[in-house]
Design a protein around this ligand. Structure first.
Ligand SMILES: C[S@@+](CC[C@H](N)C(=O)[O-])C[C@H]1O[C@@H](n2cnc3c(N)ncnc32)[C@H](O)[C@@H]1O
Length: 453
């Protein structure tokens, strides 16, 4: 990847895509093949996230294995697709992720403030900014190089305000601001030089290393645009709130997933449907892939090899296992899942194959199940294989040596060994458009809401 053009091609998350990012064919016939990643509630597009699965996949399993009012759990919730989809479909949800970025996105989606409350909140902070201003920000050069000085002053004003309290104590409005701004913190410029994002032109989906970005800015003589952060955030929020939402608020946690599944927070035998995608084997480092957004949330030096933030995340997250240690982690996970599942509940685990340099890719899900399935107290209902169009995987642009994701994802569908889950007989239509009547109806709703506020 060496030209700005490449960044344009690779970076869009917020724009419609020609092909499905997650498209493929499965051994059960069409599954999420060909489904637009933009299918679903507008709030799903808050912020891209490595390893994210599409909302329609969650919809499929919610429809197959749960009833309205049922309890859905995601212990590795990433960008929060499961709690948002559960809410939209009238299910209660519990979700969890130890990565601060994932936690913010998850909680913002599980329990969003109203559109009116959110706009009031942004206007109040803007008034405060205008009356108090912000001194010259004291930020590391890795961050300074990405933004225009005026934009950076606004970003650091908002950041200082958020960081007065711990993330777990943030209000729904603060979480929504943090998540929405994370989604536009960096991204590509349009061909006419304008942008919805705040940074120099760079990918939206992930953060390149600071040294790479520095050289890229120098070689391509990139300039940071003078973006008004409040205006860009309002524009982003308007897009997130296009679809209305009812349904129960979800609860979110920032715990180690094994401890959550073994601890007191979740009552044993209560979860009707668990849908999750655990970290794969050294495929993604959830710290480095997000170092700029993590800085925004107060985690310093994630971009640097020996940085404090990088070390603390590496110590906490399960993204650095060898196969043997991953196996131990996986058994612990399955036992915890068995514990919280309702007798007739179902657990759905999405796990990609992993590249094995010089050898055939490791079919991680199948191998793990063969190795440790009988220790888990669970039984296999289905093993679904979904072949991805490899050119659509974000990790392909790392090249063969760095990206370890392959072109195949597997879904393990598990039940308790003493359980008898009921599967809905209705077929999920994969080409069914999203239920909100489309963008025109959503824009009309937005106009009405703005009128009312
Ligand atoms: C494959 S991603 C999940 C992506 C999610 N399905 C989505 O659509 O966005 C795996 C997640 O596990 C989280 N994680 C890794 N180790 C963890 C741990 N020990 N406890 C809780 N979360 C952890 C990572 O932060 C990451 O968000």
């Amino acid at each position: 990847m060496s030209t700005q053009m490449d960044w344009f091609e690779d970076a869009f998350f917020d724009e419609p895509e020609r092909d499905s990012v997650d498209g493929g064919t499965t051994n059960l016939g069409p599954l999420w093949h060909g489904v637009s990643p933009r299918w679903g509630h507008s709030m799903h597009t808050m912020c891209s996230y490595h390893g994210m699965f599409p909302a329609k996949l969650v919809h499929y399993f919610i429809q197959q294995f749960s009833k309205p009012g049922g309890l859905v759990l995601d212990p590795f919730s990433g960008r929060g697709t499961v709690p948002l989809q559960a809410r939209v479909e009238g299910r209660r949800s519990l979700s969890n992720d130890l990565n601060p970025l994932a936690y913010v996105l998850t909680r913002a989606k599980a329990d969003p403030p109203s559109w009116v409350a959110m706009n009031r909140f942004v206007s109040e902070i803007e008034r405060h900014y205008q009356s108090h201003g912000q001194p010259e920000p004291d930020v590391p050069p890795d961050i300074r190089m990405l933004f225009h000085p005026n934009t950076l002053r606004q970003i650091t004003f908002l950041r200082d305000r958020l960081l007065r309290r711990e993330i777990v104590d943030w209000s729904p409005e603060e979480l929504m601001l943090a998540g929405a701004l994370a989604g536009i913190l960096h991204g590509s410029h349009r061909r006419d030089g304008t942008s919805r994002c705040l940074s120099i032109s760079m990918p939206n989906t992930f953060s390149m290393s600071p040294t790479y970005v520095k050289n890229f800015i120098r070689d391509n003589k990139l300039n940071a645009p003078d973006q008004d952060v409040f205006e860009c955030v309002r524009d982003k929020l308007a897009r997130l709130y296009l679809d209305s939402f009812e349904g129960p608020s979800g609860q979110s946690f920032k715990e180690d997933a094994s401890s959550l599944l073994a601890g007191k927070i979740i009552k044993p035998g209560t979860v009707d449907l668990l849908i999750t995608s655990p970290p794969y084997l050294r495929v993604v480092n959830y710290g480095t892939a997000n170092w700029i957004r993590l800085w925004w949330l107060g985690i310093e030096e994630v971009g640097r090899q020996r940085g404090a933030g990088r070390r603390s995340l590496d110590a906490a997250l399960d993204h650095q296992h060898t196969y043997n240690s991953y196996r131990t982690f996986f058994v612990r996970m399955l036992k915890g899942m068995r514990r919280v599942l309702h007798k007739d509940g179902v657990a759905v685990l999405v796990i990609g194959d992993v590249a094995n340099p010089g050898e055939a890719p490791l079919p991680l899900a199948r191998q793990l199940w063969d190795d440790v399935g009988d220790e888990s107290g669970l039984r296999l209902l289905d093993l679904i294989e979904d072949h991805l169009a490899v050119q659509n995987k974000v990790s392909r642009i790392w090249g063969d040596t760095k990206g370890r994701a392959t072109d195949r994802d597997c879904v393990l569908v598990l039940a308790r060994d003493d359980g008898d889950p009921v599967r809905a007989t209705d077929v999920v239509e994969w080409d069914e458009p999203y239920k909100d009547g489309g963008p025109d109806a959503a824009h009309a709703r937005l106009r009405d809401l703005r009128h009312a506020s």
